[in-house]
Ligand binder design. Structure first.
Ligand SMILES: [Zn+2]
Length: 465
């Protein structure tokens, strides 16, 4: 008997379940229902109470017969890790999401769609976390569930990692990384980060950014010291005056412009969707820099991914209008490009402010980090991102790598050797994206249906046996 016949008898050549086997309207609508209920679970951070999310997600996983573990990092605060077992031929892949959400101001939301309502109206699911990031969390959950239901043979464990306290202190992820990493040990992860933005560079084109890198941080306290005294007798050596001059000196910071490789690769990809002179310019790194430098460096959003930034975010000190304090301080939020360490930023601050009456104290520092685009998960995410409901490649969409000026929990995973990517497969306008941490956060039903198809297809590609 031929080998293929033997394998067929053993059912080892059964075709892998493909994304086309699933009715995404049905699967998407199920996800919409789950998301609506999940948005009603109050995990506003502070104080988080993410154990409520663990209970909610755990009950669904129990029903599907998928095992999970709760990791408590503080009272009332925990994370959930669920696992579909594979053969172990490859290291696990993690689907990462955070279960906490930021506070809202209900008076700015529609009366019939409050932040914790999870209301479905006009084809959209409304609620805090719809985009950041309970929506993505449910796409990950339903991906796990569909893999199980379809009976997909897996060459690696697929692990669903729902952590608490991302929005304030990364407490949930720090707990997993510091104390439970041996239970997880994935080599790749997908988490929040890039998203599909309509009309971002060209009208009628959606740009899907996949975050491959995140800036690091140096959070610094800058303190001025001087003689105390009476408010009626100003003296330039008094602490508040010293601090004001230091703040002004920081305003004069002229950082050098860096073209991160992700930016160049992104523009190259965009160029392939264009014609004529635009295509020519974007295909050449030199011409791209020449043509876009002014535009990119004057827009605060794009400028932030090209320079190290120093942002003065707070002043403190003083007790009464007529009392000169001995000390006055300011807080600096410095964001660092890959290649700049917190120590190097501290040295830059000292150069900008040589005054010995000023001292700098590093409150928290983390290096930037990045993951390569020559990676199977990156390729699967960026390939499926630009497909339509039939699986065909769209002409009105393009995907590429992005450097994120803010950081997510992925920043904690990359030092462990994880190739970590940030990608939420929703397609939104810039205004929609602004509702994250703002008012009227919501996601369309179409986005949930299509996003689930994209994520499932990408994860299937990199995990089936
Ligand atoms: Zn988030």
């Amino acid at each position: 008997m031929l080998l293929s016949s033997i394998l067929a008898l053993l059912n080892l050549t059964a075709p892998v379940a493909s994304a086309a086997d699933i009715d995404w309207n049905v699967a998407g609508d199920e996800a919409v229902g789950v998301l609506s209920r999940y948005l009603q679970v109050d995990t506003v951070n502070p104080d988080g109470h993410e154990d409520r999310a663990v209970e909610f997600l755990g009950a669904i996983l129990d029903k599907e017969g998928i095992p999970w573990t709760e990791y408590t990092f503080r009272s009332g605060r925990s994370s959930l890790v669920a696992r579909l077992k594979g053969t172990g031929q490859e290291a696990p892949i993690c689907l990462v999401n955070h279960t906490d959400v930021v506070p809202s101001e209900p008076k700015f939301w529609p009366a019939d769609a409050p932040p914790l309502g999870g209301v479905i109206k006009d084809g959209e699911v409304w609620g805090r976390g719809a985009l950041d990031m309970k929506g993505m969390g449910i796409l990950e959950l339903q991906t796990l569930i569909e893999l199980k239901r379809q009976g997909v043979p897996l060459k690696r464990d697929v692990i669903f990692v729902a952590v608490g306290d991302e929005e304030v202190d990364s407490g949930g992820m720090r707990d997993l990384v510091d104390h439970h990493w041996a239970d997880i040990g994935c080599s790749q992860s997908v988490n929040e980060g890039g998203i599909g933005l309509k009309d971002l560079l060209f009208p009628n084109q959606t740009l899907y950014g996949v975050s491959v890198a995140e800036k690091g941080i140096a959070w610094v306290k800058m303190t001025a010291t001087g003689p105390a005294g009476h408010g009626s007798r100003p003296d330039p050596v008094q602490a508040p005056h010293v601090l004001a001059r230091a703040a002004w000196a920081l305003e004069q910071y002229k950082p050098s412009i860096h073209w991160h490789w992700s930016l160049m690769e992104l523009f190259k990809n965009v160029g392939t969707t264009q014609k004529g002179i635009t295509r020519l310019v974007l295909s050449s790194p030199g011409l791209t820099k020449l043509a876009l430098k002014a535009r990119l460096t004057t827009n605060p959003a794009t400028r932030a991914v090209m320079i190290n930034t120093i942002n003065l975010t707070n002043f403190a000190g003083g007790s009464s209008p007529n009392v000169v304090p001995t000390e006055a301080s300011a807080t600096l939020d410095c964001r660092l490009l890959p290649g700049t360490t917190p120590d190097q930023m501290m040295a830059t601050l000292r150069t900008l402010v040589p005054d010995p009456a000023i001292r700098f104290e590093l409150l928290q520092g983390r290096d930037a980090n990045e993951s390569p685009t020559d990676d199977s998960l990156y390729k699967a995410l960026s390939t499926w991102a630009v497909t339509d409901a039939t699986g065909a490649v769209r002409k009105d969409a393009v995907a590429g790598p992005v450097l994120s000026p803010g950081f997510t929990d992925s920043l904690l995973l990359r030092p462990l050797g994880v190739h970590a990517y940030g990608f939420v497969p929703f397609e939104v306008t810039l205004d929609d994206a602004g509702t994250m941490h703002g008012h009227n956060e919501r996601v369309s039903i179409d986005n949930v249906r299509n996003g689930l198809r994209i994520l499932y297809s990408a994860i299937l590609d990199v995990s089936h046996a």
